[in-house]
Design a protein around this ligand. Sequence first.
Ligand code: HSE
Length: 439
Amino acid sequence: MKNFNIAILGCGTVGSGVAKILLDLKDQLNDKSDHVVELKKIVDLFPKKSAESYNLPLNLFCGSGNDLTKDEATKYVNEIINDTNIHLIVETIGGTSDYVLDIILNSLRAGKHVVTANKAILAEKGKIIFQTAKDNHVCLGYEASVCGAIPIIKAIRENFTGDQVIEISGILNGTSNYILSKMQEEGLNFSSALKMAQKAGYAEADPTLDISGGDAGHKLAILIKLAYGADIDYKELLIEGIQKVEKEDLDFANEMGCTIKLICYARKIDNKVFASVKPMMVKYENFLSKVSGATNCVELLNKYSGKHYFIGKGAGSLETASSIVADIVFTAKYDGKIKNITDLADLEIQSSDNFEFPYNITFTTEDYPGITGLVTTAIGENKINIDTVSHNRHNKKSAEFSVATMPCTMVQIKKAIADIRAKAPSLLIGEPKIIPILN
Ligand code: HSE
């Protein structure tokens, strides 16, 4: 059997997991890949600390064991890139800096296969990375970049080549889902649920990327590229996080037979892809409503084979590493003959605000007779068909009620709200809360 030699760049949570699995499952990996898969080198700024913390042999680490300066680490990285005896480089440094981008591009240009979990760099700078891999006839493995352990990339890239993905809807961020689940199940407000997520080790000290929808957006951008061949710029995506979801919104949702989830959504219609990351009310009949805690779940609706659900762990050291190792085995086995990404098609990315969803609109208003009539009339005049109107909650000076609509666009809803304001300028208190409903 031929040798297939690996180097790992960056030995933190995920890189160390890759090293551990490569050492633990050596015989199995050789058998599955028809190669002798061998971890040859690891570059990390803190070799001794990493070796001790993760129980890895120090002699795998480049250098004498002492902490490396950035220049020393760069020297070892460049030696690996130029080493003809290394066949595949695992990039687990992370981040979107030019430093990391150059490492990935130079590795590919040197004819090395690259496997990475770096969703941010693929979502933001994927075009040049995928093109460089293609030009150099090497593999770029990125299963771990979307939902950690869940094999969603391979499903779309390999298993569904006899089908077409029509719609993607998914819970792609565990931290947000954990927070929303705690708010629903334990009646917590957003900040208490966020604190719990931090205590449980899901949310970072700075949780911005998770709760703002940015992390989920990175993953959705990668799925849209792969499923549809869209040349999507991550910045084009409509992204809204969960920061504004209140406990009361979940109560209202419950009254309507729904919960609230941060949903990554994309649907291709002709040459348009409608996409967004935003909180949605999900009907209890929809399986996604049952996905609680830090679990991830992707639903694919395919043209011929219908609905599929992929559910599992979206993060974690060994969970994410297991996907990286699977990519290593796959690359060795098929000797680099893998089509990394779908060829670009002529598609237009549109915000899902231009797509018709049923919506729930919660109004806080002044409280006097005729208000419900005025609001619902304006909605009707904008050709929005109303499904249900909730009961009014009368507070001391205001009332709160919600209107669930039949499918319509945000454009229609915004026009209806502008009409209400024009007819009765002081009627609406604050901004109405508008949330799509996923059936
Ligand atoms: N922080 C992410 C999450 C996992 O909470 O799902 C890494 O993308």
